[in-house]
Design a protein around this ligand. Structure first.
Ligand code: GUN
Ligand code: FE
Length: 421
């Protein structure tokens, strides 16, 4: 058995209320999994070399459950538009370029580099409608050993001609994607209908059959803006709410469902998501940039809806999901300020939990440093002023508000050091 010992300060969120911290402690890793954390090193490990990070802070690697890999090159542009104009004017023309593999390789290489640099080792990722480019991203994530879901996007209606797929062809290439990507230990294919307005009912029902046949989950956008909710219900008048479309078309039967945004859910939406064991993804920057509304994250989590965080690149402008931790707290305070009834706000611990253990829950034992979790971890440094030491929790909070990848001095994936490029 391979055993390694690290010494340093430690912080991780055990649940939405509890941020565990320890100072000058020993973290023992056995075969890539956390064995335990000890204030003193037990005798049985006494012979082993210790990697000492001093006042370095060991934390779990991050989980970003909503990224559009193809929109990486759009980040920080077109940000004064609202959702539909941003999609039509900026996003769709840009996504069409992924028919060109040279372009796709460059963008996807850069995104994955940026994710690793920023400590996101667990992610749920959209590509575009293009098979080859989507295949390239899948293989790249697999080669890097990152924990991920990804799938090629489906869109067969209400889409520009240069992106719109024929229904049967969309189903065929999705089935091929599922059939040819079942072999990675860490990356899983996922159904990725863009959102209800760009999918016909026939397409969604076809995807529902694939969900069952391949025991496959689904990721999509749900009730992201008032205009989107209204349009969806006009297009699907026979359904009571957005979530019911996915439920009735069989898309929630195959595996994990991941719904981005969930800003304007009805009671029916919520009960369907809870019943399906879905997770909602709060993307604070994206919300502020291209949509109108703030996810009632504090209220929804009180109502037993699991919530993770996402950058939603490129509606969100940076790959650092830890920045979304601070933004989630900020937006929850604005939400409470403008709508004091029934909202409440997020604590830092709760938002950090969302970006680590909650998001990690859709993968296998990632997102925490409790015994039995994979040692997928980062070491943070350089967060203290030279006027005196700061507690681990304060350093972690400062990192999420004011830190960047320069504060990440080491990265571990499955217990092995991971070099950022
Ligand atoms: N709804 C449909 N497509 C998209 C997208 O690419 N980004 C966001 N934020 N919302 C969407
Ligand atoms: Fe999105």
């Amino acid at each position: 058995m391979a055993v390694t010992v690290y010494r340093g300060d430690i912080a991780y969120a055990e649940n939405e209320k509890t941020l565990r911290t320890a100072e000058a402690s020993y973290l023992v890793v056995e075969d890539g999994f956390v064995k335990n954390i000890f204030p003193q090193l037990p005798e049985e490990y006494g012979e082993l070399p210790v990697t000492d990070f001093g006042r370095g802070l060991i934390i779990p690697a991050f989980s970003d459950l909503h990224i559009h890999a193809s929109q990486y090159v759009q980040r920080g542009t077109g940000m004064d538009k609202l959702l539909f104009d941003w999609l039509n004017d900026c996003t769709f023309p840009q996504e069409a370029r992924f028919a060109d593999m040279e372009y796709a390789r460059r963008v996807y290489d850069a995104l994955v580099r940026d994710l690793i640099r920023n400590g996101t080792f667990h992610a749920s990722i959209f590509t575009t409608v293009h098979y080859e480019a989507s295949d390239y991203l899948f293989r790249l994530l697999d080669r890097k050993g990152l924990y991920a879901y990804t799938g090629k996007v489906n869109m067969d209606v209400n889409s520009p001609d240069f992106l719109r797929e024929e229904t049967e062809e969309s189903l065929r290439s999705t089935e091929r994607f599922l059939a040819e990507h079942g072999d990675s230990p860490t990356v899983k294919p996922m159904l990725t209908p863009r959102f209800a307005p760009t999918c016909s009912e026939k397409l969604l029902k076809g995807l529902g059959k694939l969900a069952k046949k391949y025991a496959c989950g689904v990721q999509t956008h749900l009730v992201e803006s008032i205009a989107e909710v209204k349009w969806t219900l006009e297009l699907f008048p026979q359904y009571r709410c957005d979530a019911e479309i996915y439920e009735k078309c069989g898309l929630l039967d195959g595996g994990q469902s991941i719904f981005a945004h969930v800003i304007f859910p009805s009671e029916e939406d919520l009960s369907i998501l809870r019943k399906a064991g879905s997770i909602a993804v709060h993307c604070p920057d994206a919300t502020a940039n291209v949509t109108a509304g703030i996810m009632p994250a504090a209220a929804l989590s009180k109502r037993e809806l699991p919530i993770a965080l996402g950058t939603d690149i490129g509606a969100g402008a940076e790959a650092a999901v830890y920045r979304q931790v601070s933004r989630a707290v900020q937006l929850s305070k604005l939400k409470e300020f403008f709508e004091p009834e029934g909202n409440g706000r997020l604590s830092f611990a709760q938002a950090f939990y969302m970006a680590t253990k909650a998001g990690g829950s859709v993968f296998d034992r990632v997102g925490s440093l409790e015994p039995g979790y994979r040692f997928n971890a980062l070491v943070l440094d350089g967060l203290e002023d030279d006027v005196g030491p700061m507690a681990p929790a304060d350093r972690l909070e400062r990192f999420c508000y004011a830190g960047d990848d320069r504060n990440i001095i080491a990265r571990f994936l499955d217990g092995k050091p991971l070099e950022a490029e």
